[in-house]
Design a protein around this ligand. Structure first.
Ligand code: NI
Length: 258
């Protein structure tokens, strides 16, 4: 059994956990999970994650507006976020960023809200958790310009892009996608990322690793992702878990229990 399993990206406020979250989350510490960042995607989900963080010692919250939730924001959305970041156990602004997979019309507002949230994170000296789906160029340009601390989660770019992110002092988050049969770029990136810049994540309930695809993902699946990354890097899985736990604590400024 492994320990020091730190899941830097999950959504435990998601309705797919509503039935058994108590039972599931209560089991985590005895299953070697050392920490979880549960990420908001709008104001309501950010608040729900803050509540989870208050309830479970190993859960921390990230608060923010996902790129796909930027269209119907009220004018006071930044003031709301300003209040949320001051709450107990909020360790990051996220998940924020750009999602160009769907219609093009929302891109301008996505860009605007992404920028404003990074500026707010910088003002409060908090890291950002960045979502980048089919928006590599704009994401990189904004990160270069505003230079936040943080992580590009579920990293789907090339090794070249990973190099640029690392040059900015940011981290690369890798999850279940590295285990997928058609994974090429994530595996190349998993090989390349310097030891001190790598974070593990699930994006639970999404992105379930092989061999559980199609099932609900939870932080308990991290070892499958970790084993794959350790294999391509030629290192021990527990060693990888140890260094990624340390990296997560460094970035999100979270002390170890022991
Ligand atoms: Ni996510």
């Amino acid at each position: 059994m492994y320990n020091n399993i730190f899941d830097t990206h999950a959504h435990y406020d998601d309705e797919r956990f509503s039935e058994d979250s108590e039972e599931l989350l209560s089991s985590f510490l005895s299953d070697g999970i050392s920490g979880v960042i549960s990420c908001g995607v709008n104001a309501e989900s950010s608040k729900a994650n803050i509540e989870l963080a208050k309830k479970y010692p190993f859960i921390y919250a990230a608060v923010g507006y996902h790129g796909l939730n930027t269209e119907d924001l009220t004018v006071d959305y930044l003031e709301i976020l300003c209040e949320l970041v001051k709450e107990e156990k909020v360790v990051a602004v996220g998940e924020i960023g750009l999602d160009y997979h769907y219609e093009k019309e929302t891109r301008d507002i996505q860009l605007e809200v992404f920028r404003r949230q990074i500026e707010l994170a910088n003002e409060y000296d908090l890291p950002v958790i960045v979502h980048d789906r089919e928006a590599h160029e704009d994401t990189l340009n904004i990160l270069k310009e505003l230079k936040p601390k943080g992580v590009v989660h579920c990293f789907s770019g090339s090794v070249e892009m990973a190099k640029e992110i690392i040059r900015l002092g940011m981290y690369i988050g890798l999850g279940g996608a590295v285990t997928f049969k058609n994974a090429v770029k994530p595996v190349e990136v998993a090989k390349f990322v310097p030891e001190d810049r790598l974070l593990l994540e699930t994006d639970a309930p999404y992105m379930t690793p092989v061999p559980f695809r199609g099932k609900r993902c939870t932080s308990l699946h991290i070892p499958y992702t970790a084993e794959k990354i350790a294999e391509v890097r030629g290192i021990d899985t527990q060693y990888l878990l140890n260094i990624t736990d340390r990296n997560a604590r460094m970035l999100f400024n979270i002390k170890s229990y022991d």
